[in-house]
Design a protein around this ligand. Structure first.
Ligand code: NCD
Length: 359
């Protein structure tokens, strides 16, 4: 199987071998960054952004242009027909006839799956609510690999909003392919929800970064996702509870990486920027070669023939009951069919938002 024509909605859509392929191609792209390539000449990328973005949208646009292709799109839902009541499925079906590949960011969990279900072009999930953000994860893996020479054997601390931080949810899935230790560092109210706990690995949980900092090889920090809190007072209660500054960093290994998907609010002090452990601006820059590698692979501009694909998923059920998660696309886009994955022990998991349902 190859990556040509495939969508990337969740990290699990790609096998470990396919992820390694993207990272390897990204390395080649990085070595030629600045040279205009014509690998995707004549191809069009559509960016459909229903939520704010700086890095993800601009790095996708930069990537496509560096590959010789062109870009159309909108960056504000208010300028799309969604405000007239158009469904996401219809929007996706329309964009399909204008572009060869679609990058979608949307506030609803599972929205990228809806777009992919209704359109015949590859859809790339650029963040669907608090659910997943798989291309940020590819960028994160690439950063660790480039800056640390590899990923296996590292102790990775995920610190911050693990409840709503979609980059963390995707990263945790991808790290299942690597031999790493993971510590989730967050106050209780921001801790990792059950549905995002890795299936095949034990993760340690702790509340304070000080308790584990000295042992970490990577500290991955996220901002508190204020916009996703159902209740503003809950946000107020946790805001400012963790701040990484130069003084604190003195307790960490000199070669530790401080990563952040950005934007930061106050969780990393400016005095960290000059520390050699600060990897977050480089991480943002790596978004371009990684997205070049992804676009070129999905559009068949570089070969991915013969790479082992993910194992076929387990049994699926299409039909009632509808997902009970009010933030799930299956509820918000009412025409969408409920889709459940049957887990080994008979439980069901919503294929849009990953919520597990008691049977
Ligand atoms: C993240 C996102 O949008 O999920 N940003 C990004 O894409 N680099 C992180 C965030 O918004 O906090």
């Amino acid at each position: 199987m190859s990556l040509v024509g495939r969508s990337l909605i969740r990290v699990d859509d790609f096998s470990a071998a396919e992820i390694r392929h993207i990272l390897a191609v990204a390395g080649d792209m990085q070595d030629h960054i600045g040279q205009r390539l014509d690998l995707c000449a004549g191809r069009i990328l559509a960016t459909a952004f229903f939520e704010p973005s700086t890095r993800t949208r601009l790095s996708f646009e930069s990537a496509m242009q560096r590959l010789g292709g062109s870009v159309i799109g909108f960056q504000d839902a208010r300028t799309s027909s969604a405000v007239k009541g158009e469904t996401l499925a219809d929007t996706a079906r329309i964009i399909e006839s204008y572009a060869d590949v679609i990058v979608l960011r949307h506030p609803v969990e599972g929205s990228a799956k809806i777009a992919a279900d209704y359109c015949r072009r590859p859809v790339i999930n650029a963040g669907d609510g608090g659910h997943q953000h798989p291309t940020q994860t590819l960028t994160d893996l690439f950063t660790i690999q480039r800056e640390r020479g590899g990923i296996d054997g590292l102790h990775i601390g995920l610190c911050g909003d693990l409840r709503f931080g979609r980059t963390v949810h995707s990263l945790l899935h991808a790290l299942e392919h690597y031999d790493v230790r993971i510590t989730c560092i967050a106050p209780d109210v921001l801790q990792l929800p059950e549905r995002y706990r890795p299936a095949r690995r034990q993760v340690s949980l702790c509340q304070r970064v000080e308790d584990v900092l000295g042992d970490l090889d990577v500290l991955y920090v996220t901002r508190i996702q204020r916009e996703r809190f159902p209740d503003a007072s809950e946000y107020e209660a946790v805001k400012g509870t963790y701040i990484i500054d130069a003084e604190l960093l003195e307790r960490s290994k000199p070669e530790m990486l401080v990563m952040h998907p950005l934007p930061r609010v106050d969780e990393i002090a400016y005095n960290v920027d000059l520390d050699r452990r600060a990897a977050y601006f480089g991480q943002a820059a790596y978004g371009v070669p990684v997205r070049m590698a992804l676009l070129a692979s999905l559009l068949g501009a570089v070969s991915s023939d013969g790479i082992e694909a993910p194992a076929p998923s387990t049994q699926r059920i299409v039909g009632e009951p509808r997902c009970p998660n009010p933030d799930c696309a299956n509820r918000v886009e009412e025409y969408s069919l409920p889709q459940m994955v049957v887990l080994g022990d008979g439980r069901r998991r919503c294929d849009y938002c990953d919520l597990e349902l008691a049977v």
